[in-house]
Design a protein around this ligand. Structure first.
Ligand code: HEM
Length: 443
């Protein structure tokens, strides 16, 4: 296999692993913030216990997010020296500031954990808000570089040399705001749905005491509220992200929707797969004029098609499936959290077992949304690493030893995943909710 493909496989698998922990590292602190706030408002100690237990989980997640993030950072220079040469001169600032965001998170995490007993409720809430602010800021700053890769601004490239650098133009590139909001909102919703999955799973399990079930019902309720708000924010912002593609990256939108011909009344294709031979999406559900409306706010708005561009600049057409998966998961999770809250608040009935079983899937589905979203965005940028400026092939290392590294790192990630799950299970089995609530299990 050629070295560019191997470099992409190694970097892609490292990112796919790191992003799970990085996303939960942003999502879980927000859940802790709300648990602390609910504890303050309701004076119910269950919420304090949730905050305490989720903080332990967050500490374990951070333990993996930090080394895996460091690996990704090292790989950037190792695998993409050509990219680092341009990126380093134009938009290195967000990476540097990110270290401060991380400091902020770590500092307030230490205060929150080690001085919790000595702090008033208000100061505890403030310190965990700072943890959440630090982790979300890290995500925004890293996303800043990703957005710049999609819509690069703030420099000129003449004879392979970077000139005329304007860091602020690079930082505030056209896709920055909309992309940063999408990444943070989707991380928040993922944190909520993962907490919800665990609570729903515990409620499905037989033999739990009523006191324990009450604790898990509260946890699920909190997760559903945060999950509904953040999944709606993700979907609404996703719409603006698609409009950003229409303005700045129309080829990516055309590939996402399998649209070949430019024109008004462009249809939205749900499901199906893009056929190059037939020049259309086959086996999908077609909603006439909907893509025009989504992209331009008008049913007769003109959307550009793939055939407007040379074939060698097309991204792979399978990104239609990735885009579909992300959007369908987003829509499904809005409906799921809304439906579950309707059951509880309007019908005032306990969640039926089938609904709990579906809710268990919420966390894994969000994580699939995160993975497909990132793969869609980065694969949809191909053949460019910096859109319209540098091709991926020109940025990659020339080393041909990456195959061995790829094998080693896959092994490392499998090991780290097993270790994380084992440590989590060990900790939470040693300190079951029942014991912390002061009841014996099953009573
Ligand atoms: C519900 C409707 C959604 C729409 C319309 C939507 C739209 C988009 C678009 C257009 C992009 C590409 C941006 C680019 O390449 O510059 C994107 C990327 C992404 N999406 Fe979504 N999305 C939706 C739901 C979700 C959900 C549910 C998740 C995860 C739980 C998610 C996570 C991501 C991630 C991580 C990225 C990559 C970062 C980025 O480039 O923005 N999205 N989304």
């Amino acid at each position: 296999m050629d070295s560019v493909v191997m470099a992409r496989a190694l970097f892609g698998s490292s990112m796919a692993f790191h992003i799970i922990f990085a996303t939960l590292g942003v999502g879980v602190p927000l859940m802790i913030v709300f648990a602390e706030i609910f504890a303050g408002i309701t004076k119910n100690s269950d919420y304090s216990l949730m905050a305490k237990r989720w903080t332990k989980a967050q500490a374990i997640l951070l333990g993996v997010a930090i080394p895996s993030g460091t690996i990704v950072g090292v790989m950037l220079s190792m695998l993409w020296p050509g990219f680092m040469e341009i990126m380093g001169q134009v938009i290195a600032v967000p990476f540097q500031v990110e270290i401060w965001a991380f400091f902020l998170e770590a500092l307030f995490m230490s205060i929150y954990i080690y001085a919790a007993d000595r702090l008033s409720r208000k100061l505890r809430i403030l310190s965990v808000i700072m943890v959440s602010f630090g982790s979300a800021s890290s995500a925004v700053l890293i996303t800043n570089v990703h957005a710049w890769m999609n819509t690069p601004r703030g420099f000129k490239l003449a004879d392979g040399k970077v000139t005329d650098v304007h860091p602020l133009q690079a930082i505030f590139n056209p896709s920055f705001a909309v992309t940063a909001i999408h990444v943070v909102a989707s991380a928040f919703m993922t944190g909520a749905f993962c907490v919800g999955s665990i609570a729903a799973y515990k409620l499905l399990k037989k033999g739990k005491s009523e006191r324990e079930r009450e604790y898990h019902r509260r946890s699920l309720y909190l997760a559903l509220i945060v999950g509904l708000v953040c999944s709606m924010a993700t979907a609404i912002n996703g719409h603006f992200t698609a409009q950003m593609l229409h303005h700045y990256l129309p080829l990516k939108l055309a590939a996402a929707e399998g649209l070949f011909e430019t024109g008004p009344h462009a249809a939205l294709e749900i499901f199906g797969s893009t056929s190059l031979e037939k020049q259309e999406v086959v086996g999908g559900i077609t909603i006439p004029s909907a893509l025009s409306f989504l992209a331009t706010d008008r049913f007769d708005g003109v959307v550009r098609g793939l055939n407007d561009y040379p074939r060698e600049l097309w991204p792979p057409l399978y990104i239609h499936t990735l885009f579909n998966l992300m959007v369908i998961i987003g829509g499904f999770l809005v409906a799921l959290s809304f439906g579950a809250l309707f059951y509880r608040l309007v019908l005032k009935r306990p969640y039926p077992r089938w609904l709990l079983a579906v809710l268990v899937a919420g966390g894994p589905l969000s994580l699939i949304g995160i993975e497909t979203g990132w793969i869609f965005s980065c694969t949809g940028r191909q053949p460019w690493v910096i859109s319209g400026v540098q091709k991926t092939a020109d940025a990659a290392t020339l080393s041909d030893n990456i195959g061995v590294l790829f094998g080693l790192f896959i092994g490392l990630y499998v090991l780290l995943m097993i270790l994380t799950i084992t440590v989590m299970r060990y900790y939470f089995k040693r300190k079951p909710v029942a014991r912390e609530l002061g009841v014996t299990e099953g009573s």
